[in-house]
Design a protein around this ligand. Structure first.
Ligand code: SME
Length: 301
């Protein structure tokens, strides 16, 4: 078993999230890297002790890697926000990754660099050795299990996506055929998330050709650079369209579609082999959080 200490704002939600990660055996809410001993919640709350609300994550490295834990951590925090996450402000709500083993540092630095590259700017999340950690009072442990509906700064969608991503990985574990994988991925996304059209277009020659999907009959072929799908293929990046009527060249397969997200699928040589297209009947259904989770999910294709 290994440990990593993650500060991501209010520990109630962060602990609950990491308890749901396969391979994590323990998630404990506590206070890390402060300047006193055995602080109480009230003391930490004054914001003068230097402690950050932090979750000790104990994991089996055979089942889940530190890299994956960090990918997941960055899904649920805003690493550009200094001393504020969700509704909570103060240095006790700063974000940070605190490690025990010096050999973990390089992996954490790599994860930070990856996020900075994606965001195009420096992040404010701390990267430090763990100096101290005190578990929080009992009533803070498993808080959201004891108080369903209690305050949680993480969006409900984070918990849904986590379960979805893990279930897809389990489902597909032994299947090599790409079309079969796409079929179950689209079925699982559609049934769990409730989007009205979820499916893949595969790159075949100069066109995208309709692949496995859930929803109504759709356009069969889309040209390179055409519509949202062809643009995502050409520009090799995820495209979020909050209002399809504002996207020049949008191809309306269904009049129900109000907003859309298209995520390219890359092979090991970084060629685009397909795109995942999801349509919603609500405006502005998708944001950068959906983009990040769906990019993680298409990594399973
Ligand atoms: N709207 C897409 C076409 C595919 S359908 O949404 C299923 C586009 O503009 O590329």
């Amino acid at each position: 078993m290994k440990e990593i200490y993650l500060a991501g704002g209010c520990f109630w939600g962060v602990e609950h999230f990491f308890k749901g990660v396969d391979g994590v055996s323990e998630a404990v809410s506590g206070y890390a890297n402060g300047n006193t001993e055995n602080p109480s919640y009230q003391e930490v709350y004054t914001d003068t002790t230097g402690f950050a609300e932090t979750v000790r994550v104990v994991y089996d490295p055979e089942k889940v890697s530190l890299r994956t834990l960090l990918d997941l951590f960055f899904m649920i925090i805003d690493p550009l926000s200094l001393n504020r996450q969700g509704e909570d402000a103060g240095t006790r709500y700063r974000t940070g990754v605190y490690y025990l083993e010096p050999t973990d540092r390089a992996i954490i630095e790599e994860a930070f660099a990856k996020v900075e590259k994606r965001l195009g700017q420096k992040i404010v999340t701390e990267l430090e050795p763990l100096r101290n950690f005190y578990p929080a009072e009992d009533y803070h442990q498993e808080y959201l299990d004891k108080n369903p509906g209690g305050y949680c700064h993480l969006p409900l969608r984070a918990f849904k996506y986590l379960r979805l991503w893990q279930d897809i990985a389990l489902f597909l574990a032994d299947e090599e055929d790409e079309v079969a994988r796409m079929a179950d991925i689209s079925a699982l996304i559609a049934s769990r998330m409730g989007f009205f059209w979820t499916g893949f277009y595969r790159v075949i020659g100069e066109q995208l050709v309709l692949g496995p999907f859930q929803g109504e009959a759709a356009c069969l072929r889309i040209g390179y650079g055409r519509g949202v799908c062809g643009t995502a293929w050409k520009e090799r990046r995820t495209i979020v369209v909050p209002d399809v009527e504002q996207f020049p060249g949008h191809i309306a397969c269904s009049s129900l579609s109000r907003s859309e997200i298209v995520v390219p699928v890359f092979d090991s040589n970084q060629n685009v082999t397909a795109v995942l297209d999801i349509d919603s009947d609500r405006l502005a259904e998708f944001d950068s959080t959906d983009a990040a989770w769906l990019e993680l999910i298409v990594g399973l294709v």
